[in-house]
Design a protein around this ligand. Structure first.
Ligand code: MIC
Ligand code: SF4
Length: 653
């Protein structure tokens, strides 16, 4: 039987297990990436694992999320990261050089390789045929130390793209259409493989926009085959020797198939405050817009900003609307500047940001209260922009720019009719990277050029907290009952006042779940133990392991949820918290403040492979909770987390 593209890459990297859907396998990782807000923990863990040197083909440390360096804490983090990259042999991308996913795509991503990154949008270079997966920081530290990465073989879904995009519809609309159809949990346990003539018609930046947004479906990854377009793109940036032809076999069998005709697409928009709240732009028309931001890791490539620049040529944005361009990489900024587009956009009234995540996580450009902001980003979770009552819409660069011109949400086709001289800025291949560009390496310090050979830990750099091995009893208060789709932004927000404590877990944990209930951290500390209760898709969104680490630090021992997001569930195992699945009735019946006891001997049950545990609530009623865990995950739980488990294995224990 033929193989899918994903199977081919997995097969090539298989170290342990069988390639069968749902089975856990161990794969070899070629490349790792980490960024500033997850990276400090990664290197502290690498140090705690007693590692001397990076073992993967390549490791890259980016400084992208918090580049403004508001106080010494951010700068301490960045200096520590530079010193760690130098000491252990990773590439270091300096603060301001751009967002990890864009910079990695430009400089290192290669077809057929495996990439593991401590950021949920790591799958972005799937558009270049790399199999890229987001994971928690500890998984990155272990992979960097030469350990395999364990993952359940996902269902592989063929997304067959037919036809071609009509004018004004874009790759962003392909991704939004997937979200509209499948929802933010529709991709859990899946890899989407895009094929068909429609896939061939898309440029590399268009493909990477789609693979970037696959994360919002909850998918393990998304990938495109490689072809002449991939080859051409790689050669334009001087990396043609890294091209490998990769296609699924003609008789490959997929677990499922989705057909999407590109020619049926129209401009779409995700309304506040979930990426799957998608409607045609025409249905949201007329809403006054105060802020527009074009950029981020989703639409921050040179080829994403260029359409906006072309639309703005010779025009002005509306007087009551602010428009900010936040390029995904400094290289994109440099190219726009060299070609005169920066000046063109500035003349239209646009402000330029440095290449950073910034506004995407509420660092700078926070919208005014009770106002509409249109962004070309990938997430619009409530409050993520830095203000609780935000109204963030997600859309393509074209729709965002049209709104900036008109000052309200408008379908660009209607705006074109109204203005008479606005043309769809469809890009030609010649608009893509030109030869010689794309090699901006002045901001990347290679391991050979390393400045430091020992770790520099300023006062903001703390320790990695450890947990004791699992005991036989779990009993405590249900300290918080939460709804469906609780995001990691709810668990540990990322705004600037909080982000600076990512290297200082005792301090950071004071903010745990503060977006849901600001008394939580204090109550958890006083209760000294307890459990969390949640609905579906708990832990959606980011890879930040702090969303497990901080609850662990506060003494939480188990999370009872109707279902979990993939990366977060892995992070719970990694830090020794037991993720138990409960059904709808149990969820409905259990109240915040109830006393929850796991009746069975927990340590014994976990060791012996028990899948069903009995929980007793208030000594009054009982229900069943499921533990869906591999043997390895059970061992990790028993050891008190992956750090201890990895060390024990290395010592032969
Ligand atoms: C995000 O988009 O939520 C982040 C900030 O990039 C996170 C990483 C983090 O929390 O540091 C992610 O996506 O994993
Ligand atoms: Fe940065 Fe936003 Fe992309 Fe996360 S989603 S990597 S915060 S730009």
């Amino acid at each position: 039987m033929g193989q899918t593209l994903t199977e081919k890459i997995l097969d090539d990297h298989l170290v342990e297990g069988e390639l069968e859907t749902g089975e856990e396998i161990g794969i070899e990782i070629d490349q790792v990436l980490t960024q500033d807000t997850t990276g400090t923990m990664v290197w502290l863990q690498f140090e705690a694992l007693d590692m001397d040197e990076v073992q993967t083909e390549l490791a890259a440390q980016y400084c992208d999320h918090q580049t403004y360096q508001f106080d010494f804490k951010n700068t301490d983090d960045h200096r520590f990261l530079r010193s760690a990259a130098g000491t252990y042999g990773a590439y270091f991308s300096r603060p301001g050089n751009g967002i990890c996913h864009q910079v990695h795509k430009e400089n290192f991503a290669a077809p057929g390789k495996t990439l593991l990154g401590s950021d949920s949008h790591t799958p972005t270079p799937g558009g270049l045929g790399e199999l890229a997966i987001g994971a928690g920081g500890l998984d990155i530290a272990v992979a960097m130390g030469g350990g395999e990465y364990y993952v359940e073989v996902p269902e592989i879904v063929n997304v067959r793209l037919e036809g071609e995009l009509p004018e004004w519809a874009t790759a962003k609309d392909v991704a939004l259409e997937m979200l509209r159809r499948l929802s933010v949990k529709g991709g859990v346990g899946k890899i989407f493989e895009y094929t068909g003539p429609g896939a061939e018609s898309l440029t590399i930046p268009e493909r990477t926009t789609i693979t970037n947004l696959g994360t919002e479906l909850g998918a393990t990854s998304s990938i495109f085959p490689t072809d002449e377009k991939t080859k051409d793109w790689l050669s334009r940036i001087g990396r043609e020797d890294e091209y490998v032809e990769l296609q699924p076999d003609e008789d490959a069998e997929y677990d499922d198939e989705i057909v999407l005709d590109l020619s049926d697409l129209e401009p779409l928009i995700a309304k506040p405050s979930m990426p799957d709240n998608v409607v045609p732009v025409s249905e949201a028309e007329g809403e006054e817009v105060e802020q527009v931001i074009l950029g981020s890791c989703t639409n921050g490539a040179y080829e994403d900003i260029l359409p906006g620049a072309k639309m703005l040529e010779g025009r002005e944005i509306a007087k009551h609307t602010e428009m900010i361009v936040a390029p995904g990489s400094k290289q994109a900024s440099e190219m726009l500047a060299r070609e005169g587009w920066t000046a063109e956009m500035m003349a239209a009234g646009v402000n330029f940001s440095e290449a950073t995540c910034g506004a995407c996580i509420g660092i700078g450009h926070v919208p005014a209260s009770d106002s509409v902001s249109l962004r070309t980003f990938n997430r619009n979770f409530e409050g993520r922009s830095g203000i609780e009552d935000d109204s963030v819409y997600l859309c393509s660069p074209e729709v965002a720019t049209a709104a900036a011109i008109k000052g309200e949400i408008v379908d660009p086709r209607d705006l074109a009719d109204e203005l008479g001289d606005l043309e769809a800025p469809g890009l030609e291949m010649g608009d893509s990277y030109s030869p010689g560009m794309g090699q901006n390496d002045s901001d990347i310090i290679s391991p050979d050029e390393a400045i430091d050979d020992e770790l520099i830990k300023g006062p903001n750099i703390g320790d990695v907290p450890l947990k004791d091995p699992l005991g036989s009893e779990i009993e405590g208060e249900a300290l918080l009952k939460m709804e469906d789709n609780i995001t990691t932004d709810h668990i540990i927000p990322a705004t600037s006042d909080i982000l600076k404590f990512r290297s200082n877990v005792p301090k950071l944990s004071e903010f745990t779940l503060s977006r849901v209930d600001d008394t939580f951290a204090e109550r958890a500390k006083q209760a000294d133990g307890g459990v969390l209760v949640a609905g579906e898709n708990y832990g959606q969104g980011s890879s930040r392991e702090h969303a497990a680490l901080c609850p662990m630090y506060l003494g939480i021992e188990a999370v009872l949820a109707q279902s979990f997001a993939r990366i977060h569930k892995a992070n719970l195992f990694n830090f020794g918290l037991v993720p138990l699945t409960i059904d709808e009735d149990t969820y409905a019946k259990i109240e915040q403040g109830d006393d929850v006891e796991i009746v069975d001997d927990v340590a014994e049950g976990i060791k012996s492979g028990k899948e069903e545990f009995t929980i007793r609530v208030n000594d009054e009623w009982e229900a069943t909770a499921q533990l869906d865990a591999s043997e390895r995950e059970r061992d990790i739980l028993s050891s008190g987390g992956k750090l201890t488990w990895t060390k024990q294995r290395a010592e032969g224990g």
